[in-house]
Ligand binder design. Structure first.
Ligand code: KIV
Length: 264
């Protein structure tokens, strides 16, 4: 049975919620089989799937293309699709139209957008249109050029107060969950205790209602540097490299294909 917002909200303060990103059918199918609660088709696909330097060039069409594949693979997890840069920033009308397109064309169950108090009107309008919203505050990668890089947010008292106000505002606007990215643990705990919505942390410590990771990071897909908050559950980079090297060598030595892999 597909997880609903009500199922997940009922777990606030009791059973933590697991979320992973996915961008394709097979990964979604595997994550779903592992009974992870939520799958995020993040605009991080710009970085990890398309090789861009940041998420700013990702389009609504990109999100729909990958979102459709993920929805086909996930039968039980709630699928959330990110609203990419400039799909909601310019106006409330853009926000509702693009959220509607994403929901209608992918079949996902919710959308996610970055920003706090200043985007509460977009969240309210999307929720009014019948679309569940996950908000995203703290480090918001679509604002990398104003944030001056990918840094922990809310470190001063003033910034922490603003983040708490943002969490309350998006919650009041109707967001059923709030992603907290790169926020000090005590602040994430305080936000979690003070809002009725679910908090889903990424680099926000131990006390949020749930956790999300980019699946390539947690699988060790590339040999590049990962953020401090990532726990590597596998070393797929080494596994893949070894397999690709072995394949090349087998082809060159004519040991692949062999008797078993041929048709008579
Ligand atoms: O795009 C993404 O993958 C995200 C997560 C980092 C939360 O927004």
């Amino acid at each position: 049975m597909r997880k609903t917002t009500l199922d997940l909200l009922a777990r606030k303060g009791t059973q933590p919620i697991s979320m992973l990103t996915a961008y394709d059918y097979n990964t979604a199918k595997n994550i779903d089989e592992a009974e992870v609660d939520m799958i995020l088709v993040g605009d991080s696909l710009g970085n990890v799937m398309l090789g861009y330097e940041n998420t700013l060039a990702v389009t609504v069409d990109d999100m729909i293309h990958h979102g459709k594949a993920v929805v086909r693979g996930a039968k039980n997890a709630m699928v959330v699709v990110d609203m990419p840069f400039m799909s909601y920033q310019a106006s409330v009308e853009d926000a509702v139209r693009n959220a509607g397109r994403i929901i209608a064309e992918t079949g996902c169950q919710a959308v996610k957008l970055e920003g706090g108090t200043e985007y509460a009107d977009r969240i309210k309008a999307i929720v009014t249109a019948g679309i569940p919203v996950v908000a995203h505050i703290g480090l918001t990668p679509q604002s990398v050029n104003t944030l001056g890089g990918y840094k922990v947010q809310g470190r001063t008292e003033e910034k922490a107060t603003k983040l708490l106000a943002d969490a309350k505002a998006v919650c009041e606007a109707g967001a059923f969950a709030v992603t907290l990215e790169c926020v000090p643990e005590p602040l994430a705990k305080q936000i979690t205790e003070q809002i009725p919505a679910l908090t889903i942390g990424i680099g926000a410590g131990r006390f949020t209602d749930g956790q999300v990771l980019v699946y390539q990071d947690m699988l060790g897909y590339s040999d590049g540097r990962t953020a401090k908050f990532v726990k590597k559950y596998a070393d797929l980079h080494s596994v893949m490299l070894e397999a690709f090297k072995q394949y090349k060598s087998d082809v060159e030595s004519r040991s692949f294909p062999n008797e078993e892999q041929k048709y008579n």
